[in-house]
Design a protein. Sequence first.
Length: 81
Amino acid sequence: MARPKRDTVFTEIAGKTVESIRYEENSDWQALELAFSDGTLLTFELSSRVEIQASYLKARKGNLKLIRNYGRVSAASAQKG
């Protein structure tokens, strides 16, 4: 049975300036951290089933243009190392 689609909107970060984005991993933990210029953070702790495709895009008039493809980061492959 397919899982229902769920969208999560992080309204607390609307309009904030991103200072940095960091992907962090060690042998038992992976996380994506967005740091904002006001000193707040939004973090995503990733499970071993996660594979991330990171892309930097430009949105214009409803169309997306790929600026840079960062490739895939697999939490499962990180645990093998």
